[in-house]
Design a protein around this ligand. Sequence first.
Ligand code: PEP
Ligand code: MG
Length: 578
Amino acid sequence: MSPSMSSPDSDNSSTSSAPGSVSLQATAVVPGVGYAPAVWVRPRPELPQEGAAIVGGDVDAEIERFRAAATAVSERLAARATQVEGNASEVLLATSKLTLDRGWHRAAVKEIKAGVAAESATMSAIEKFVEMFKAAGGVMAERTTDLEDIRDRVIAELRGDEEPGLPAVSEASVLLADDLSPADTATLDPELFVAMVTSLGGPTSHTAIIARQLGVPCAVAAGAGLNAIESGTLTLVDGAKGVITANPDPEDARAAVAEAERMAEKIAAWSGLGRTADGEHIQLLANVGDGNAARIAAEGAAEGIGLFRTELCFLSAATEPTVEHQADIYASVLKAFPESKIVLRTLDAGSDKPLAFANLDHEDNPALGVRGLRISRSNSGLMERQLDAIALAAEKAGRGGDAPTWVMAPMVATLEEAEWFADLCRRRGLTPGAMIEIPAAALMSHDLMKVLDFVSIGTNDLTQYAMAADRLSPHLAYLTDPWQPAVLRLIDMACRSGKDSDTPVGVCGEAAADPLLACVLVGLGVTSLSAAATALPGVGAQLAEVTAAQCADAARAALDASDADGARAAVRAVLRLE
Ligand code: PEP
Ligand code: MG
């Protein structure tokens, strides 16, 4: 499954193996495992009626009542800012200031002067600003939570109600929320809240920023299915995989926590390049979607970028971005790693990532339709312009010589497609490669490598297509599992072709983020692993514990297993992790 593809509105739930337990797939933000009863943040107040009139009609008194409430909320937030440090304190102070911001106050006072009660005036004034922030998109859109939080606090204050937000807990808890406000997360005690999950939010939301700072395992964008987990339900959160399980098997959950604690110790002690215990170098690379993620990755363990999903930059674009505009975006990623390996993927539009300017209007079965490279076979200008933009970005970023620009095509199925793509790349001085994410490409890998300089295995789609199981289906998690021996055998095939032709074989699907599976992949012959930057230290620490020979043994054991769980168990036994 691709956590990044989870829609906040979708129900990402699936039943897991323990009876009565339910798993949700979310976007992984902070690795680590937490297991405790769930608690929901105190609900937001019910919103007032739009345009409700001032009781008693005294406008001046109502303005005074509004200002006093906003000031009280702002002062409380400022006081809490003094009780915490660093980023948390800054976030609280920023929210405190925003509570008194003149822009929305002016809008609220204008409403009150028109006879609207302070509660309704607060609501509609904030609503205007929320719409503006949403229209601005990106990081601004994620800040709408801050505004809505202020609205709720001021309305609660006006009504004399308890402030909405974090519940007071006295025992370890898993915090659940639609989206956490900055004020909630800033005062969150990591000793008590062992994990947090939001149904909405994004990787740059305040929830994510503060969770990272506190080191609390965290997943966001879990979808509407999160609402089914009631306060008090024992909940297991795996922040590295973004998996939330309600009512897990208690023994499994405790084992997962113990394993995470062991791993956390190892990870804390690990630094440096990806290497096995006997010194075999495995490149650890980051998967990114924009320049910001690339810069964050550059601060961590990543040696470079193994997958830049360029299509993610244009999900809301109505028309094709110009070559210049594309080049600026690509250059912002290239500049984050000026001298390192960077692999850009050409637009993988279609299926779960439709692009308005590229996709066919309607397809009954888009996952098997005109997606990825296939789009540019009937619209070659789209590919040519993107490659021109990548070449221009490489020039802007001063790449070349020892820092070649690697470009790969998604959804390659035939040798002819690979030849076509490689030719377009070479004409522009770009190094051509392809994703191996269709079983046909793994089966034909030997031939593909005659015309390509590298391949990268997309285990998310390779699993989906090998197992004929929709990667977004909440019901097929047991099939959409890259540990399936059928998938591993396809990877093995590609790795053998890579060894025969001396072609680098990387993995950039979610499988690369699984430390145990990473050992298997290395044993199969994979030379680079690309995953979310937060997952890399976990992978690096695990690889540092095993020799290349142990990885090879683990790979053989996994290939010989008859199912995914069997493969996991066999590998754990080979690596003596039981
Ligand atoms: C994959 O399929 O494994 C992959 C990395 O591509 P995406 O998840 O973007 O489809
Ligand atoms: Mg894919």
